[in-house]
Design a protein. Structure first.
Length: 268
C-alpha cells in the first residue's frame, strides 16, 4: 500500500503578502530586493524629472509609478496588524502623498515637488541592506554614521524641494530649477552663503533659518559620528534585553550574561 502525501493548501492572499514582506527564504528576499531597486529608481526619477522638458515628459510613466506605489501601500495596509496605527507612521503618510502627486497632473502640476519625500525610503533601504546583503556586517558596525548620513541626505532633498516649490518662477527669485534650490540649500547648510542665489518674500527668510538651525545640527552630528565613534555597542542581551554595552564588554553589566559584540576582528 503506497502512502500518498497530502496536498499542500495554497496560501491565502494575506498570508502570501506577509510571507513576501516579512518572511525569510529565497522568494521573500528576492521580492524585497525588487522593491528596493524600484525605490532607488523612483527616487532617481523624481530627482531628474524637474529637468526634463515638458515636450519630452511622459505622464503615463507617472501613472504607472503611482499605481505601483499605491499597490505596495495597499498591500502593506492590508497586512498591518493594527490598521489604525498604519497611517500614524510618517513614511506611510509620505507614500500616500506621493501617490496623490503622481496622479496630480490630472488636476494640477503644482504638487510635483512633494514627490521628493519619497527619499525617505532611503532609510528603509538601509534597514533592508543591513540585514540582507553581503555588507550587512559593515552596516552593523557603522550603523550610527550611515543613519546620520541618510538623515542629512533626506533633509537636503526635502528642504530643496520646499525651496524650489516656494521660489521657482517667483518675481525676483534666483531659483529657476531644482538644481538652483539644491545649491542654495547646500550653501546655507554649510554656512558658506555665496550670495549668488537669494530668496524673496517672507518665506525666503524663514526657509534659510530652518535650513541653518536644523541642518547644521544634523551636519555636526554626522561629523561627530565620523570623528568620534560611539563608546557604546548596541547589542541586545539574550537574557535581560539590555541593549547598550561597553565596546569591550564580555558580560552584560545588568545580569552578567555573556554578550557577543562584533568588532573589526570578530569572526563568528
Amino acid at each position: 500500500m503506497t502512502e500518498t502525501t497530502p496536498e499542500r493548501k495554497p496560501l491565502g492572499l494575506r498570508r502570501t503578502l506577509v510571507w513576501l514582506y516579512e518572511g525569510v527564504g529565497k522568494w521573500p528576499v528576492t521580492f524585497r530586493w525588487a522593491v528596493l531597486i524600484f525605490d532607488i529608481l523612483t527616487i532617481g526619477y523624481f530627482l531628474v524629472s524637474p529637468f526634463i522638458p515638458k515636450e519630452g515628459y511622459h505622464f503615463w510613466l507617472d501613472y504607472v509609478i503611482g499605481g505601483i506605489i499605491a499597490l505596495d501601500l495597499l498591500a502593506r495596509f492590508y497586512i498591518a496588524p493594527t490598521k489604525r496605527r498604519f497611517f500614524q507612521r510618517f513614511m506611510n503618510i509620505a507614500d500616500l502623498i506621493v501617490v496623490f502627486t503622481m496622479f496630480a497632473p490630472l488636476i494640477s502640476q503644482n504638487y510635483a515637488f512633494l514627490r521628493i519625500i519619497r527619499a525617505l525610503r532611503i532609510a528603509r533601504a538601509f534597514t533592508f541592506l543591513r540585514d540582507n546583503s553581503p555588507l550587512s556586517r559593515y552596516f552593523h558596525l557603522h550603523r550610527v554614521v550611515i543613519e546620520r548620513g541618510i538623515n542629512v541626505v533626506v533633509f537636503l532633498f526635502i528642504m530643496s524641494a520646499l525651496v524650489y516649490a516656494d521660489q521657482v518662477n517667483k518675481p525676483g527669485s534666483d531659483v529657476h530649477n531644482y538644481l538652483d534650490a539644491f545649491y542654495f540649500t547646500v550653501t546655507s547648510l554649510t554656512t558658506t552663503g555665496y550670495g549668488d542665489i537669494t530668496l524673496v518674500g517672507w518665506t525666503g527668510r524663514v526657509l534659510p533659518i530652518i535650513i541653518m538651525l536644523l541642518g547644521v545640527t544634523l551636519f555636526l552630528r554626522l561629523l561627530r559620528a565620523l570623528v568620534t565613534p560611539s563608546d557604546k555597542a548596541e547589542v541586545e542581551c539574550t537574557n535581560c534585553g539590555l541593549y547598550r554595552h561597553d565596546r569591550d564588554a564580555v558580560h552584560c553589566k545588568h545580569c552578567g550574561e555573556v554578550v557577543y559584540i562584533e568588532n573589526e576582528g570578530f569572526d563568528p
